[in-house]
Write a protein that binds this ligand. Sequence first.
Ligand code: FAD
Ligand code: MG
Length: 292
Amino acid sequence: MQFDVIIIGGSFAGLAAALQLGRARRTVLVIDAGERRNRFASAAHGFLGRDGAAPGDIIAEATSQLARYVTVTTLKGSASKAGRTEEGFYVETRNDTFHGKRLIIAGGVVDTLPDIPGLADRWGTSIFHCPYCHGYELDRGPIGVLAAGALSMHHALMLPDWGPTTLLINDSFVPDDAQRSALAGRGVAVEEGRVRRIFGQRPTVELANGRTIEFAGIFTLSRTMGGPIAEQLGCDLKDGPLGKFIGVDEQQQTSVPKIFACGDVARATGSIALAVSDGSMAGVAAHRSLIS
Ligand code: FAD
Ligand code: MG
């Protein structure tokens, strides 16, 4: 089957791209595996007009609005491979091969979490990475920053704006004198020991010496990774602080002509609002490129 545009990933970024293309009456196929990055969180914050909504509700509403556009087709499934053809691109799923003149990669990223017992179970409910998304709801209660290297200094220095903060070093780096005085300047307490596990409704950390500290919430850094398709197609990747992402210009154009990328997969750090913004741009830019 031939489409004007194939979009890999049908969440905030991919659906925003599809909306613009559908409104331009272009034929679009959105292939989505349904593994949104924030599926672990019951509420999403900071997205203007939908602050506090369940992320799944935002997607369900977007999907039903998109269904009005007759040229947009959505397919539940995973794009396993993509490559070039004379006219554009082919994309394979388990059972089919689809053709598109343009490709938009909007597959998001996968989080790799620090390997500590009890952490993954609490991801998105009491352990988070984004203070803007989940800091306010902690009501100025005590906050733990579980370090994943020196990059966590950034987290530790930010979080006192949301509550009294303790940096849990977890043997991940050794703060130097300048770092220690910066932490002290922001009133951040420092716990040196390794974290053995996290337990409890209010996330409670057990240190190697057996001592426990209870928090209203914990913040940590994940490593992020996009899918292999951009690399298969030869798109340039950039190094971000948390992982590689697809390099794009202001129009969300990748280094490969006719391939656009948007959302978390194409930025160093992301949010729903930014994914929607990038996706809208990618949809418009893909449309313009079909005309010129
Ligand atoms: P995603 O939403 O991750 O969607 C990518 C989609 O593409 C998925 O459905 C995936 O299955 C699909 N896909 C991937 N590869 C393929 C493939 N090969 N074939 C088919 N489909 C594929 N942001 C906020 O603004 N507010 C919040 O409160 C907030 N809370 C968060 C809580 C947690 C725990 C996490 C981890 C993130 C949170 N975020 C929040 C960030 C937000 O989730 C992301 O910025 C946003 O989801 C990015 O949208 P996206 O469309 O780029 O990617
Ligand atoms: Mg951009």
